[in-house]
Design a protein around this ligand. Structure first.
Ligand code: HEM
Length: 137
């Protein structure tokens, strides 16, 4: 199951790197708009990857038993950041239409802030969860 956990992780990270690279080009003004079709698919792929991580991780966690995991602070912290990723994925889904409509520089200050914060939260949470995963047992 760990192999599946890590395979889903590798595939999801490839999709994230591709998406973030294109998002960065838009943010820097190298791209005027992002493709609605492509980014709707990419958002779905990352969401499916996240669900896959939760299912395979949940299966392994179940195997370790709740008592062992409740005492494990690394696991608790990892789950906190996983919850943040889920909330953030929802927020990105709600705001990504902005990148299909106009260039980044034409967004309001608040819109720019929301997108930049959710990008930052997403990248840092994936990295933190990866490191915590390595520290689990
Ligand atoms: C975005 C989400 C996640 C990422 C990036 C992630 C990443 C990782 C990584 C890097 C490892 C270490 C693999 C190794 O030792 O080489 C790991 C292990 C593990 N993960 Fe996750 N994980 C995620 C979500 C979850 C979730 C939601 C759960 C539980 C509900 C979970 C439970 C576990 C468990 C129990 C292990 C230890 C398996 C073992 O060593 O026997 N993970 N994860």
């Amino acid at each position: 199951m760990l192999t599946i956990h890590l395979t889903i992780l590798s595939l999801t990270i490839l999709v994230i790197i591709f998406s973030d690279f294109n998002g960065l080009l838009w943010l820097l003004g190298r791209k005027q708009q992002l493709s609605k079709k492509l980014f709707t698919v990419l958002h779905w792929l990352v969401s499916i990857g996240l669900v896959g991580m939760i299912l395979t991780g949940g299966y392994m966690a179940y195997g370790y038993g709740t008592e062992a995991l409740f005492k494990n602070y690394v696991f608790g912290t990892k789950m906190f950041f996983v919850a943040m990723l889920v909330i953030n994925a929802y927020l990105i889904g709600k705001h990504m239409h902005l990148s299909f409509e106009k260039p980044f520089k034409e967004l309001s200050r608040k819109e720019k802030q929301v997108l930049m914060i959710s990008g930052l939260v997403s990248t840092s949470a994936w990295i933190i969860i990866f490191v915590l995963g390595k520290m689990l047992f």
